[in-house]
Each structure stands twice: as C-alpha cells, then as structure tokens.
Design a binder for this molecule. Structure first.
Ligand code: HGY
Ligand code: MN
Ligand code: MN
Length: 412
C-alpha cells in the first residue's frame, strides 16, 4: 500500500493556509479575489512541479492531469478525478475545500515517488467559486463543468461592488480556453471535512457520504418608508427592518417545527439608512433553506414566502425576491459509496453513512459521472469559522482512504 506522507500533506495545508491568512488561524480567499489568485498560483505551481499537465477552463476551473499507461487512441481513456475547491468564505478555515485538493496532490506525489504508473490518468481539480460567498450560485465552476449553468450566465454574475465573474476571471488571469466539462471522469471522489458535529460527537473516523441535501438561496429586498424614530406612531410605520427581523424569527421556528434535517439561516442582512433614530426604509437579506427531502424543502420555501408576504402586506412594505441558488438533493453512486466504506474499513477506520449538510462540487459532478465523498471529523462541528479544525490523524486517515480508492479506480 502506498502510504500518505503526513508531514508533507500537513505542511502543504499550512502553506496554503498562509495565503489570505486572517486573525484566529483561518483564511479569507473569496472567489476570484487577489487572495484567490495567489492561492491558485501556488497550487498550479505545485501541480507543475509534480509534472501534471495543467488545464484551465473557461470558468477558471483548474485540472492537473497525471498521464496513465493507456494513452488511448481517439477515445481517450477517462481519468479518475479527485479534488474540491480552494476559494473560502470571508471567515474561512484552513481545511474546507483546500484539504481535498491538497490530498489529491499528495496521492500524485505518492505515485510519483514510488514510480507507480496507473492504467488511467489521474486528475486533481479545483473548481471556481464553490463557496458562493461573493458570487452566486455556489458550486459555480462545477455547475458549469457539469453543464448546469451557461458560461455567459456565470460570467454575468456580479458581486456587491458590481464586479462580474467574467471581468474578475480575466483580471486574475484565470479565464482559460479549455471547454468546461470536456474531460468526462471515469469517477469523481471528493475528500472533505464534515463541517458538522456528527462524526466528532460519535467519535467516528470516516463519513461515508451518501448524498448532499437540497439547497435554496433567496435574496429579499424590502422597501418601506424611513421616518423619525421618536415622532412616528407605531400605527403609521412602514418598517422594512421589522419585516426582515420577523423573517429570521419565523424561519428559526419553522425549522424547529419541521425538524429532521431542515435548517434555515438568515446569513446576510443590511438595513438602510442603518441609523439609531431612523425607521429603516430598506432591508436586504438572504434566506438559506436546506433539507435532504425536496418536498419538505419546497414546503419550507413556500411557508417562508407566505410569511414574508403576510407581514410585508400588513406593514405596507414592498417585497422583491431573487433566487440565488436552488439545487435538489443529490444521491451519490451507490457502488462507489460502498467502495469508500470498504476502503475505510479495510484500514480499520470506524465509519458511518450520512448525508452532507454542506454543498459540494461533488453534487454537481454526480450529474456527469459516478461520484462519492469521504468525510473526516470537524472538531466541535465548526466550519466557515476561523476555528475550523480537524486532527492531523484524521486528516491523514482520510487522505489514505482517498489514495487507496483513487489508485484502485485508476487501475480498472
Ligand atoms: O454553502 C455551502 O454549503 C457551501 O459551503 N458552498
Ligand atoms: Mn467546501
Ligand atoms: Mn464552504
């Protein structure tokens, strides 16, 4: 068995974690920012040092390819692909996404060091804008790769400063020429931290991920009337901030009432004019709803929308809504999921099957090839938080499961 070089993987994570490093030990590399460019440049440099053929596609996805024995004629033999993302949220940790990409490069290093050739090529990818924190939808690069979003629509997505994906890709030098998705993998395996509390609470080493829950992102813009906080009687108010606040309280109660996997988050909220003595006339906020059951997710979406309409009507506040992302739950390839479980158990690692609460590039890749994910524990379930942490032994265990599975897939 080719054994993962722990110190090498950990030092790569440390080095990448230095790019965009923020107070508290996390990193901030928002998609297509200067920090993201710096992270991309570092990882592309590592890919080239490893002798990978590096392909940058038209949405900025980067794929490093290690040739296999079988070159294949016209019908190129499909590679085994692994990878994830290296963009982060603004309060990101060091492992979300980065770990899966760097563990994929560690698999290549192992093969290079031992001179092992595999029948199939092995590709290590990082996809553009997985987080969706700056540009929506999230998983943008893999969604384009899988044919779920057109390039022009993706290019037109703009951030709060009206800078577009297309312009930012060009500005950082990652608007590649390769057509996204032209490489159809034999299989895609993504190694990722769980980002939730289950494995850590249950003291289980490996999560065998059976699928990803559905995701619904909506942005609301409410317009009322600004007025004097002291002189305006409550009966005359058209308070956009009050309606926004009521949505947050309602969404929390709804998720509690629905139970199961239902979650609801009002993550972004801005009031205008945002002054102590002015009734806000404007509230902009987002609602993130998720559930493994799409019918339940639809119920949650409908109930939140009805609540907003009722409260806004009573407050005489206008409502504009924009769907930023809507992905149905995804089930991964059952036989590949079984193989994740088998490889983990062959290493005497405890396992448990589970859905993913977070979105991942893998949920898009399942549209075009057999896909599965491997989870390792997140200490106290923290993620999208600078305190995000996974113990070294767990990082290495996950990387070893990935290595064994990828090498097996590349030999078939
Ligand atoms: O939102 C998510 O689940 C992912 O981090 N983009
Ligand atoms: Mn991630
Ligand atoms: Mn994330």
């Amino acid at each position: 068995m080719l054994t993962v070089d722990g110190p090498r993987l950990l030092s790569a994570l440390e080095e990448l974690g230095q790019i965009g490093a923020i107070e508290g030990g996390g990193c901030a590399r928002l998609a297509l920012s200067d920090e993201d460019k710096a992270g991309r440049d570092l990882v592309v440099g590592w890919m080239k040092q490893l002798g990978l053929a590096v392909q940058i596609d038209a949405i900025g996805n980067v794929i490093g390819i290690r040739a296999g024995q079988e070159k294949g004629g016209r019908e190129k033999i499909a590679p085994v692909m692994t990878g994830s993302h290296i963009d982060t949220v603004r309060t990101g940790g060091r492992y979300d996404g980065n770990y899966g990409v760097l563990a994929g490069l560690e698999v290549v290093r192992l093969l290079n060091d031992s001179g092992v050739e595999t029948r199939r090529p092995i590709a290590v990818a990082f996809f553009t804008n997985e987080e969706g924190a700056r540009f929506q939808p999230d998983m943008m690069g893999s969604l384009v790769y899988a044919g779920g979003l057109g390039l022009n629509e993706a290019y037109a997505a703009a951030d709060k400063d009206r800078r577009s994906v297309g312009d930012e890709l060009r500005r950082i030098g990652y608007l590649g020429r390769a057509q996204p998705g032209v490489i159809r993998p034999h299989a895609f395996v993504e190694l990722h931290i769980e980002q939730g509390p289950i494995l850590d609470e249950e003291k289980v080493r490996i999560g065998v991920v059976e699928g990803v829950q559905g995701i619904s992102w909506t942005e609301y813009s409410l317009t009322g009337v600004s007025n004097h906080a002291g002189t305006t009687p409550m009966r005359l108010r058209r308070d956009a901030g009050y309606v926004a606040a009521s949505v947050n309280v309602f969404a929390r109660a709804l998720a509690r009432e629905m139970g199961g996997n239902q979650v609801a988050t009002v993550g972004a909220l801005s009031l205008r004019p945002n002054l102590i003595n002015v009734v806000p006339n404007r509230a902009d906020f987002t609602v993130d709803l998720r559930n493994t059951d799409d019918d339940k997710l639809k119920e949650a979406e409908a109930r939140v929308a009805a609540h907003i309409a009722d409260v806004a009507r009573a407050e005489r506040v206008e409502v504009e809504a924009k769907v930023l992302a809507r992905f149905e739950p995804v089930i991964f390839d059952a036989s590949l999921v079984d193989r994740v479980e088998r490889h983990a158990q062959a290493l005497r690692l405890s396992t448990r099957r589970m859905p993913s609460g977070a979105g991942h590039d893998a949920q898009m890749m399942q549209r075009i090839c057999p896909t599965a994910m491997i989870f390792v524990p997140s200490v106290a379930g923290l993620s999208h938080n600078v305190k995000e942490h996974t113990e070294a032994a767990d990082l290495l265990a996950g990387a070893q499961v990935l290595a064994n599975l990828v090498v097996e897939l590349a030999s078939e």
